[in-house]
Design a protein around this ligand. Sequence first.
Ligand code: A2P
Length: 275
Amino acid sequence: MDINSRKTLSNGVEIPLIGLGVYLSPRGEATASAVRWAIEAGYRHIDTAAIYGNESSVGEGIRTSGISRDQLFITSKLWNDDIRKGRTLEAFKESLSRLGTDYLDLYLIHWPAEGHERAWQVLEELYQSGSVRAIGVSNYHLQHIDELEREAKIMPMLNQFECHPYLSQGPLIELCRQRGMAYESYSPLGGQNGTILSDPKIAEIAAKHNKTPAQITLRWHLQRGSVILPKSNHKERIISNSQLFNFSLSEEEMNEIDNLDRGIRTGGNPDCFNF
Ligand code: A2P
């Protein structure tokens, strides 16, 4: 495995295992530079969303990176208000325009907001017309997947959800595997105000391998089969967050990290979100 390793989705499209996350990355030069640094470091996958407010800066970073569009895997997400208002097609076109591209590699329903089944039909049409290479969902639990699949012609190829050592999501990962969906971890390091990177057990394992706590945490995700989307606005961190392939965690270390699970969420709960 290396930074360019990919996972094959159910439709045959390959998704790079490491993507740069840009949630809470401010619009403007901060995000554009993060994208350029990531691409320079070898990342080929960027994960944004309409609600992040930085799609145009992601587009700027891509355009000034020197890498051609077809070398990159770009994901964006349909926001809840657009789902509720039934303006999926318009929202998709707005995302394309802000990103400065004419297709997406992956388009996700951001949350299972009211009307998501109807929105999914539009995603299916976008997929069939070739405007997006793969479609999926985010923040979906069993009941949301079931609601969608009842009327779907095409099953979601992927589910993206909050996942890190304090919210390890074992049952949801197992569900995704059973349904043939790839799974992606957002907030893989525990998010902006998380404390995972100072957890004593992670620090102990990091010292043993001479790696950073972030590298240990990200390696744990990869060994569980997750695609990871670490966010950083710092060049050195962006680089080191992708250097995960010259060591591996033992089964015992994997279990030790699994045992840190304490059900701590930094984001909304898909069962009761109100935004
Ligand atoms: P920053 O952007 O200032 O580097 P997540 O990916 O779980 O959402 O976590 C992102 C948070 O962790 C951000 O606040 C980011 O801050 C910080 N972060 C990302 N990479 C590292 C790293 N290698 N070491 C320490 N903190 C990191």
